[in-house]
Design a protein around this ligand. Structure first.
Ligand code: ZN
Length: 621
């Protein structure tokens, strides 16, 4: 440790200097900064230190400053800090896992240690993915979703399944994946499935993951009859024909059937978690928001216990902001109590649970996303899990408990219900309102609500790799048929939202680990900037689209993408005091690239990858 050394025998100076004596140089820098009422303004403090140094060198006062020993000194870099007060820098210094200096090279004279000349390489903060499903992905990793049915009609789908069942006799359950669009408006009912699979269970997961078709054996297993009430009519419900359930279940009414026969060992959980951690670290994702495991509470809790254990063993470098997901409005208080329990039992250095997550609505394709203006083909509007008064009640409860709120909001009416609820709660609580509120997905929003996010302090979270239309092929045609041309032209309005001054954050919203292609934040950045997935994109085949998605005015810049993936994400998670930007005093989470991301080609941007990743100052790759 290096200290100020006292060379004067003046008693008052001695007393002052003895404070300095036991203090590391960076603390002195901070102390002087505070004296200047400019806490954390290290460059200015260094100027003051240099002044003191000059005074000492010229014998004006016999106080000598020695340099602070740093763990890492980087110079000659192109640093995009994401710190609005100091966006670009060329040098940084790390000590004890924190940045202690960020600025130009002149400021480096206050530090000593090995200096790395990066030769102009690009540096940005560690990436924050503000909405993913760490635990759901474990469920999907060990739940074989079954054969994908490539077909063009209901008959072809049924024939394919019948053939597969015949080829593999004696199984307890058969599983398939089917995209609803291939049914061309036709539907599958339990009688169809019973006919091809009378003796075993049969479950088909819809390609988007928001609905299932099951045969009578599975309905019986779960005790679902014509009298079973719907959880939230028009959102989470059993499709009925003439009062009889058809075996088609929407949203969370079907999710519990997906994992009901899943058995996973702790070793399997650890293996997948380690694979995900390894991927995240190599890709530069240093923090995430885990958006919960709907209808998978038991496995969710087991996985958090494994994460807690891995963190204790020093194997969890990625910071996970955790949550518990609510799908059934009747369980509101129970979920709040559980978030509090998780806080007490699960929280470690890198796992922090403080958020109540709610599925406010569903998805566009099955028209469970709640709308202000009805779907044009059916005139349906969908429904929300909570109305605005109920949202306000949830907010007040969370405020009391010191917890935060994160909502799945795809349609216009669901983000509106959250905004209205926040407005009501704010009216009542005034400055006491402390809940961090996030609306995620925001595929479509009503014009009247766009500027309310900034006004009400609600974070707008987008999943930019969906901004080519969220589905492969010609998504514009699909959305136009459901929403009409005018509204289809106004989807994924991240730039319009950005311009209102709202906190805009970005995420991948993945629920399956697989080959991690769609977890790649650089794919999100590419599509956020281009609104297109073409052959030059590092994207799954199934995501390719025929043309750029409108409107070109919604294309983001690279700087906006980086801010949304770093500092803004930190604000959403409530960790902006220690993460999200390259700033003195914050955790030294940063990425080094051989090429300059600010000037990189937008098409093919998804192939970018950091050459070096640092978390809390430690080189991870
Ligand atoms: Zn999600």
């Amino acid at each position: 440790m290096q200290h100020f050394a006292l060379l004067t025998n003046h008693r008052i100076a001695y007393n002052t200097a003895s404070f300095f004596f036991a203090t590391e140089t960076y603390k002195i820098v901070k102390f002087i900064s505070e004296l200047l009422k400019l806490a954390c303004h290290f460059p200015l403090a260094i100027v003051v230190l240099k002044g003191i140094d000059y005074i000492c060198a010229n014998n004006i006062c016999k106080l000598k400053i020695t340099k602070m020993k740093a763990d890492k000194i980087i110079k000659n870099a192109k640093i995009y800090t994401a710190d609005k007060n100091n966006l670009q820098a060329t040098a940084l210094v790390v000590k004890d896992g924190k940045f202690v200096y960020v600025g130009d090279e002149a400021g480096l004279s206050a530090f000593e240690g090995e200096v790395t000349d990066l030769g102009g390489k690009f540096i940005m903060p560690g990436i924050i993915d503000s909405h993913v499903h760490v635990t759901t992905s474990i469920g999907f990793a060990y739940m074989d979703p079954g054969e994908y049915i490539a077909c063009s009609s209901k008959k072809e789908a049924l024939d394919f399944m019948a053939g597969e069942i015949k080829k593999n006799p004696g199984l307890k359950r058969y599983r398939f994946i089917l995209e609803r669009k291939y049914l061309n408006g036709d539907d599958i009912v339990k009688e169809d499935l019973d006919a091809i699979c009378p003796d075993a269970e049969l479950l088909i997961l819809e390609g988007e993951g928001h609905s299932v078709w099951v045969n009578s054996k599975i309905l019986d297993r779960h005790g679902i009859t014509d009298d079973t009430p719907d959880r939230v009519p028009e959102l989470s419900y059993y499709v009925r024909k003439n009062g009889h359930v058809t075996g088609n279940a929407f949203e969370s009414s079907g999710w519990h059937m997906l994992f009901d026969d899943l058995t996973v060992t702790d070793e399997q959980i650890d293996a997948e978690l380690m694979r995900w951690i390894d991927y995240s670290v190599k890709t530069g994702v240093t923090a995430v928001f885990d958006a919960g495991f709907p209808e998978g509470e038991e496995l969710h809790e087991r996985i958090y216990k494994r994460l807690r254990e891995l963190d204790k063993q020093g194997k969890l470098p990625v910071y996970i902001d955790g949550s518990i997901a609510l799908t059934n409005p009747k369980k509101m208080r129970e979920v709040v109590e559980n978030v509090k329990r998780y806080q007490r039992e699960m929280n470690t250095e890198h796992l922090n649970v403080h958020t109540f997550k709610v599925f406010m609505d569903g998805t566009l394709r099955i028209e469970t996303a709640a709308q202000v203006t009805p779907y044009v083909d059916t005139n349906k509007k969908g429904a929300t899990t909570f109305n605005k008064e109920e949202v306000a009640e949830v907010m007040k409860l969370l405020n009391e408990e010191g917890l935060d709120f994160h909502a799945h909001t795809v349609g216009e009416a669901s983000s509106r219900a959250v905004l209205d609820g926040v407005e009501l709660a704010r009216k009542e609580l005034g400055d006491e309102f402390r809940v961090r509120v996030t609306c995620a997905h925001l595929e479509i929003q009503d014009d009247a609500d766009i500027d309310r996010f900034a006004k009400l302090g609600v974070t707008a979270n987008y999943t930019p790799w969906w901004h080519s239309g969220c589905t492969g092929g010609n998504p514009y045609e699909i959305w136009r048929s459901l929403l009409g041309e005018k509204r289809a032209n106004k989807m994924y309005r991240s730039k319009t939202m950005w311009k209102t001054g709202a906190n805009v954050t970005f995420s991948s919203d993945n629920i399956v680990y697989g080959d991690f292609k769609t977890w790649n934040p650089f794919l999100g950045m590419e599509i956020g900037m281009t609104r297109f997935v073409n052959e030059k994109s590092n994207a799954p085949e199934i995501a390719r689209v025929v043309a750029e998605y409108p409107s070109p005015n919604e294309k983001m810049s690279i700087e906006e993408m980086i801010q949304g993936y770093t500092i803004n994400g930190a604000k959403q998670l409530g960790i902006e005091a220690c993460k999200g930007s390259i700033e003195a005093g914050k955790d030294a989470d940063f990425l080094v690239f051989d090429n300059d991301l600010l000037t990189a080609q937008h098409t093919g941007f998804s192939y970018n990858k950091p050459s070096e990743v640092y978390i809390c100052g430690k080189k991870m790759n």
